[in-house]
Design a protein around this ligand. Sequence first.
Ligand code: HSE
Length: 314
Amino acid sequence: MSAAIQTAVGSKVRVLSPATVANVVCGFDILGFALDNPTDIFEIELSNQKGVTIINKDDYDLPLEAEKNVSGAALLALLEDAPDVQGFVLTSEKHIKPGSGIGSSAASAAGAVVAANYLLGNRFSKEDLVRFAMFGEKVASGVKHADNIAPAIYGGVTLIRSIFPLDIISIDAPPLHVTVVHPQIEVRTSDARQILKQNVLLKDAIKQWGNIAGLVAGLIQHDYDLIGRSLEDVIIEPVRSILIPGFDEVKSKCKAAGALGGGISGSGPSIFMLSKDAETALAVEAVMKEVYTRIGLDFHTHVTTINQQGVKLI
Ligand code: HSE
């Protein structure tokens, strides 16, 4: 943990930080993967001033006070472990809309700490960076969870077996195409967590852990049918899907169009679907467009693939 600072005050690092899909249907708070698109851009420089100065270069009007800003809170946690460093100036250019359900806050927290770590000669491990970035997630949703942060930092599909202590496992998944639709309503993660039931029936828990185990096995064995069969959530989705207009229709029609399966992305309102090939992913996008055009709700779609690298230098 004690590497000398390798860059002078004023040196800059720029990174791309990816959107992520948390939960992956049945793995609430323990599974996630990174997307090749969309991405945020962060630029960071060392400063002689104590603390973190935030500059926003987008229209989202996110808080400038470091303690209340997701990137800022993550960087303040990192500074606690870097007593030789005074502070940072972080310029944030967000393209992942806050409140969309594709890990906007995680991209902010992960992008900031990975960029800072480059400036500091990569003195921290990926696990340390997840630990710092979770302070940002706490600002965003009131609780520390790593199912967006870990894939944003590690890339690929990650399993978070435990967060206290951190135990993160990268899963070697087969090629997957991802289609995301973001209906333009806002669902706050904190609200989407508050409406969840605190108790689970044993029969539901048995189904859920069967599906999680099946999904992880399907990903590792590159067994697309097993992945599809396991993309079922009997605990969280029945409660949260009520907040998303058109959810049931989108899901059933996308599966009829050939998707392996999918569901709510993170805490919503985005919905994601996994497909085996690019052609199916585009057919799934057409279904999503048709449903939301008919319902009369504005939306954005992304057709993309799983990002294998996580936050990267540009
Ligand atoms: N696992 C978290 C949740 C992800 O579903 O609340 C939030 O993006």
